[in-house]
Design a protein around this ligand. Sequence first.
Ligand SMILES: Nc1ncnc2c1ncn2[C@@H]1O[C@H](COP(=O)(O)OP(=O)(O)OP(=O)(O)O)[C@@H](O)[C@H]1O
Length: 429
Amino acid sequence: MSETSDSDFEHGRYDFTSVNKADYDYVGSDNEEDFSKYLLDRMRQLESRNTLLKEQCDQIESEKRFVESQKLKYEREVRRLQAEVDRLKTVPLVVATIMDVISEEKVLVRSSTGPQFMVNVSQYLNEESLVPGAKVALNQQTLAIVEVIPTSEDPAVSAMEVIESQDVDYEDIGGLDSQIQELIESVELPLTKPEAFQRIGITPPKGVLLYGEPGTGKTLLAKAVAHRTEATYIRVVGSELIQKYIGDGSKLVRELFDMARKKSPSIIFIDELDAIASRRLNDTNGADREVQRTLMQLLAEMDGFDNRGDVRIIAATNRLDVLDPAILRPGRFDRIVNVPMPDEEARANIFRIHTRFMSVAKDIDFRKLAKLTEKASGADLNAISMEAGMLAVRLDKKTISMDDFLESVQKVMSKKETEKEVLPEGMFI
Ligand SMILES: Nc1ncnc2c1ncn2[C@@H]1O[C@H](COP(=O)(O)OP(=O)(O)OP(=O)(O)O)[C@@H](O)[C@H]1O
């Protein structure tokens, strides 16, 4: 019988597929029993070798996978370093300012070191960004424009919405007659007939505070007064001053009043006043201090300006109860106007206003629609009218029918109900 050593197995010299020739010597011999025993032993041996080899094979497989993943990782690293080397080897770009755009391909620039050049423009640049005054980067050798340097955004410009003339009028507002009257007296007349106040010897209120639930028409009122007085309408949003322009809030309030004076007659509209004028807490963290600084600046600006001048302030809030009493002192927001949710008559009027330019069927019953929308705000009624219009468009109709309105009332009102259910108490949608 041939001898098979362990090293034969390990080095793959053993032929697993056949029994060695010498093994046949046992067949037919007296020792047949020994031979079967021997074969059984051998089988067990081979099975255990087989298991061992399978384990080794699995291990080698997993090592292979590990090495491959390492290889990929290092290849990526090499590429990254190569790119970094290339980047560091590139020549610096020259900064210049566009003086004049001669044609699509030729531009006159003044480099930051002084001289002017007529240069080519990379075809991959957006033509619209090539305007006189724009900062550009030039290739050092060819001096071609390869990049337009983005200008940093001026926070004072982006924080304010400045509209020179408004297109909203009192006729566009449903209900709110007494609120309109209040605004006429405290904002419109001081701007249009200041002499009437002087004659009688009274000073008009400096600021008017509108409060009420969302979507009830506070912004609309401010825009309509701006339209009537032909004043510039400048709007800032309290929460944006705090969250978007961190650290700049008080500076922006100063700039807001400067701009209002420059563009006068003007109306400053501060939306979400509560975000900067909430009752102060004792434990002040960084964010609270920022809010306080912004509020102090607002109070200082309001105290500092002349209420006979042609800058008026209107502010709006959904939460009168959280305001710092300091903001409501005489000489600040001393006229407080409630803007309520529309009653039935106002709702019917708002429907009429919003459907005025729509193609609606003759039999639309606005009274009935008003009855069905008891808890709706002006903004909801606008949404219902738009949705009814969309339904008609979807169905390719010529006019909006009462059924379209009823369907959209159902849709908008039930959406409003579900949204209300998920909101914590005291919060509006
Ligand atoms: N009384 C109303 N008459 C006509 N449309 C209204 C009225 N109230 C609200 N709307 C409609 O709802 C939209 C939103 O209203 P607006 O922005 O004036 O509400 P708001 O009270 O300022 O809300 P918020 O408190 O959320 O700022 C308006 O553009 C208008 O289409």
